[in-house]
Design a protein around this ligand. Structure first.
Ligand SMILES: Cc1ncc(COP(=O)(O)O)c(C=O)c1O
Length: 431
């Protein structure tokens, strides 16, 4: 497969953008080589600048539940464009979308639309601090919440220690107000709440951690977290930027039966347009400006095109209930990949999955619920698989720590193609 155009574009892009990309993982540093430059996408397929086609299992990192250019979402976007694409005023599109979301999701009593998942999380954290009048935040090692300063941190060396910055440019003072705990560890939770519970404004968690592989959590762990938050007066924030609308309409809150105080959404809530949202209990949300003292604003917030795209996606979810179809496709994909991996790969691979989300654990490991359990050779083994698959026309995320996504646009024929491409790819990896 030729990549001359992508290579040339990458060389040019490096002159104008750091690392040649506008978001780090797109730069293929996790798998090596030059990124594929995509020219267009339709259904379950990507087409690159060299004219190669790839069956897409990344789906813009999750939001494209119905695939690229879903006709109903596209027509909502086109309709929106014909009425103008930014007003900077009150309008009815966000109102109607909010009303339908609130009707559909019981723990969402009020919502504020923003423009990205990062912005949603950053605002929810500020709101939690404003509401509780406390400063500290608890997060979990292995969960990603966007590039919010106070959450771009890693664990200190003990429970009593606050986090240290995980990126240059984040002050030690900012990191010092975040506590980082391991996932899947009730006793660490109890100890931390015992020591610091009264200082915690909120605990934030991806209830389905899907940014460092897929670290499936036990329901008991999430329930314990919810109970401790309640007991100590800290807010529970579910970051459902990935799991919201993808696992169920009400996301992991619906699936686990746990009611968060606040929930954050990103990309998927706009059907793939740039949008995010945070929301939750009314008494908390009413603290947000202009009704309350917690300031948060955005010129492009509730962008009318994104609102109408998101609303079209919501209506389609409600009408079609895509989750059983996604789950059975997920089972089929995972079963097929696992079988081929067992037969052909020279190293053990097990596939963790939840509905339409999956992740290849590349190396010896039991169930991976924490980052420490990710095999040491994950990155290197995955890179071999990734490139072999890419050569056969299958595009998985360009990082061994990112998950794969299915959409309803993936057909049975596409999955057959995936299986025969995978067989060839895995044989190549074996050599
Ligand atoms: C769980 C979670 N939270 C927050 C974010 C940040 O969202 P965005 O990239 O839209 O800023 C992401 C991004 O992938 C995410 O997966």
């Amino acid at each position: 497969m030729k990549h001359d155009q992508s290579q040339a574009l990458f060389e040019r892009a490096k002159l104008t953008a750091p690392g040649g990309v506008h978001s780090p993982v797109r730069g293929f540093r996790g798998v090596g080589g030059a990124p594929v430059f995509v020219e267009s996408a339709k259904g379950a397929w990507l087409r690159d600048e060299d004219g190669n086609s790839y069956l897409d299992f990344c789906m813009s990192w999750g939001p494209l539940l119905f695939g690229h250019q879903d006709p109903e979402i596209k027509s909502a976007i086109e309709g929106a464009l014909s009425r103008g694409w930014s007003y900077g005023t009150a309008e009815r599109y966000s109102l109607e979308f909010a009303e339908d979301l609130i009707r559909a999701i019981p723990h969402l009593q009020m919502v504020r639309f923003v423009s990205s998942g990062t912005e949603a999380v950053m605002s929810a954290i500020r709101l939690a601090r404003g509401f509780t009048r406390r400063d500290w935040i608890l997060k979990f090692d292995g969960c990603y919440h966007g590039h919010v300063d106070s959450l771009l941190v890693r664990a200190g060396s003990g429970l009593a220690e606050m986090a240290s910055p995980d990126s240059a440019g984040i002050s030690a003072a900012t990191a010092s107000e975040t506590l980082v705990l391991p996932l899947d560890d009730e006793s660490a939770l109890e100890q931390a709440f015992e020591m610091h519970g009264a200082k915690l404004a909120a605990a934030i968690i991806e209830p389905l951690p899907a940014n460092n592989g897929l670290l499936l959590q036990r329901k008991e762990f999430l329930q314990k977290l919810a109970a401790l938050c309640k007991k100590h007066g800290a807010l529970l924030i579910f970051d459902e930027v990935i799991s919201g609308f993808r696992t169920a309409l009400g996301g992991m809150a619906e699936i686990t039966g746990i009611t968060p105080d606040l929930v954050t959404y990103g990309k998927i809530i706009g059907g793939g347009m740039p949008v995010g949202a945070y929301g939750g209990k009314k008494e908390i949300m009413e603290m947000v400006a202009p009704s309350g003292p917690v300031y948060q604003a955005g010129t492009l917030s509730a962008n009318p095109v994104a609102m109408q795209a998101g609303h079209a996606m919501l209506r389609k979810i409600q009408r079609d209930n895509p989750y059983p179809q996604l789950a059975s496709m997920g089972e089929c994909l995972v079963g097929g990949l696992q079988n081929l991996a067992n037969r052909h790969l020279p190293f053990p691979v097990s596939i963790a999955s939840f509905g339409s989300i999956s992740w290849m654990v590349c190396g010896d490991a039991g169930p991976v619920r924490r980052i420490e359990s990710i095999p040491a050779d994950q990155k290197a083994n995955y890179a071999r698989i990734f490139h072999a698959m890419l050569d056969e026309g299958v595009y998985f995320a360009p990082s061994g720590y990112e998950v794969g996504f299915l959409s309803t646009a993936h057909t049975g024929k596409d999955l057959d193609f995936a299986m025969s491409a995978t067989e060839k790819a895995f044989k190549k990896v074996r050599g």
